[in-house]
Ligand binder design. Sequence first.
Ligand code: ADP
Length: 661
Amino acid sequence: MLVRLKDIYTGNTEDMTPSPHDPILVLTADSQVNSLVETLLNPEGFNVKIVNQILEAKKTINEGLPRLVILGEKLPDGSGVAFARELSDLAPTTPILLFVYQESAPIMKQAIQAGVFDTFTLPIRSEDLLQLVRNALAIGDRRRGWMQKETRLATASLRSQMSDLELLGELTRSITSNLDLDAVLSTVMDTAISLTGAEESSLLMLDETTGELYLRASRNFKKDEENGQFRMGIDNTLAGTVVQTGQPVLLDEENLKKIKTDYLVFSLIYVPLKTNNRTVGVLGVDNRNIKKPFTDYHVRLLTAVADFAAIAIENARVFSDTDNERVRLETILTKVQDGVIILDSDNNIRFINQGAREALSLNGTEVANQPARDALRNNQIMDLLEKGGNRAEINLEEGRVMDAQVTPISNVGTVITLHDVSMFKELDRAKSDFVNTVSHDLRTPLTTILGYVELVERVGPVTDLQREYIQHVQMSVHNITNLVNDLLNLGRIEAGVDRHKESVRIDQLIGEACETLKDQLAYKGHRLLVEVPASLPPVWGNPILLAQVVDNLLGNSIKYTPPGGQIIIKAEVDSDQMILQFKDTGVGIPSMDLPFIFDKFYRASNAAGEASGTGLGLAIVKSIVENHYGRIWVDSVISQGSTFNVVLPLNEESKITSLEG
Ligand code: ADP
C-alpha cells in the first residue's frame, strides 16, 4: 500500500505501514550506480524504480512515498544534496542514501545537513550496499511508525473535538426546529452530559421576583423529582456566585475541599446562562461518584451549550409572548359583538368569530379554511368582495340588516366586519313613515286655513291691525307649508320615487335658478358671478331634483350672506365628473356645527338671526346628490364665507364605475 503525501498531511494514516512493494527510488547521473543497485536489489524482492530527472522523481513521490531514495551526488538536472534537502521536507520519513564520488569531509557534512541517512561510494561490496539499504529501510520504518503513532494521537483528539462539535450542531438543530422549551432543555441536559462525560447536569434559572435560583431542568440529578420546587438563594452559594459574577467556575476535589463546602461531588462546572448580557441562570455538570476531573476545554464546551440554552429560552419567551398576544387578540375578536371574518389572499376563511357565525347562520358548520363563496353562502358579501367595494348593507333573514365593511390588509388578506344596523334602519323607517304621514295629513288643513284667512278680507272690512295679524297668520302658514313640502320632498327622495333620469344641462339649471332668485339677489344687493364654460357637458340625472339642488344652494348663499356680498357659482368638468361650487362671502358655519350641517332639521348656531328656515334644505340636497351617486361637502370659515362643493358623475357609465370603486 502506497502512502500518499496528502494522506500524511490530512492525517489519514489508517494504513501507513510501508509494504515491500513500495518503490526504492533511484536518481543518479551515473548509469553504473543505477544498474548496480538494480541488479543487487531486484533479486532481493525490492521494487527498484530508476528515474532520470528530478521532476520525474517528484512525480513518483507525489503518487506514493518510496521506502527509500538513492540519490547521486550529481544529478542529470541538478545537485543531489540540494534535492536531498528538498526531499527531507517533502517526505521526512523516507530515508535517503547519497552516492558520492569521494567521501570527503565537506560533502559528508553537507549530506548530513541535508538530512541524508548515509552515503556510499564506489567501489562497494554488494553485501555492504545491501546492508546499507537494509539499515536505511529499518530507520525509515521506525520513522513512519513513530509518525503514525503521533498522527493517531493528534487525530484522536481532533476526532473527539469533531464529535463534540457534531453534538453541539445537533443541539442547534434541536433548538431551531423545536419550539417546545421542555424538549429543548432536555436535549441541553443530555448534550451537557455527553460533552463533558459528567454524571449529572442541571439548569438553574433565576426567579426575577424572589431573586432565587430554581431547578428548571436536570438529568440524573438527585433532585430530579423536585424539578421546579428545588430552590436556592444566590448569596453564599456557588451557583449564586456565577450569577453575581457572570463568570464560570470549575472545581475539582482539591479546591472543593479547600472551600469546605458540603458539596458531595468530586468535580463540578457551573457556567452562566446569559441573554442580552444578563445572567439569567446557571448550567452545571458534576461528578458525584466517579473521581473524574473536568478541564478548561469542558468549561468552553459547556459555555457553548449554555449559549444555545439561552437562545432556546429567549426563543421560547418571544414565542410565548407572541402566542399570548395572539390568544388575547383572538379572544377579543371572538368575543366582540360585531361579526369579524378574516380571509386570506385567496379568499379562504382564516378566522370567523361568533358574531359573524350568528349573523350568517353558520353555527355548527365547519367553515375554517374553506373558500368564502362556498362557506359564507352570501352573494351580497361576495359581490362586495369581488367587485372591490368597501361597504354595503347586507340584508339577512328576518329583516336583519348588517353594515358590512371590507378592509384589505397587506400580508393578511381581507377583513370583513359586520355591524348590525337593523335597529337604526327600523328607527329611520319609522321616523320617515311618521313624518310622511304627519306632513301629508297637515297639508289639507293648512290649505284650508290659508283659504279661510284670505276670505276674511272679502267678507267685510278689517282694521289695519287686523290686516297685520292676518298677514302674520299667512306668513306662518306659509312657513309651515314650506316645511311640510320640504318634508314630503325628502320622503319622496329617500323613498326613491323620482327615479326618472335623463340628460340634464346644469348650465341651464343654474341660469333658471338665477332668474328665479334675482329679486332676492337684488334685494340683498349681492354681486353674482357665474363661471360656467360654454362647452359644459350634460349630466345624467333627474332635472327636477337637480334643479332643487341648485335652487337650495344658491338660496342659502343669498340667505346666509349679509347685504352687499359676493356669490360665485362655478361649474367645471374633471375627467368624468362634474364639479359644482357655490361660494359666498357670508356668515360662515361654526366648525362645531360643520359635521351636522347636512342632518335633518339641523341649523347652525349662528343661523337663527340670519333668516328663517326649516333645517331641511341641505338634507334634501344631500339626499339628491347621493341619489345621483355624487358627493357633497362644505368648506367654511366663520364670518368669511362658505363654499359648497358638489361632485356628480357625468354619465351612466362613470356612475357605475364610481359605484363599484
Ligand atoms: P335652513 O336654511 O332652512 O336653515 P338648510 O338645511 O338649508 O336649512 O341649512 C342648514 C343650516 O346650514 C342653516 O341653518 C345654516 O346654519 C347653515 N347654512 C347653510 N348654507 C349656508 C351658507 N351658505 N352660509 C352659512 N351657513 C349656511
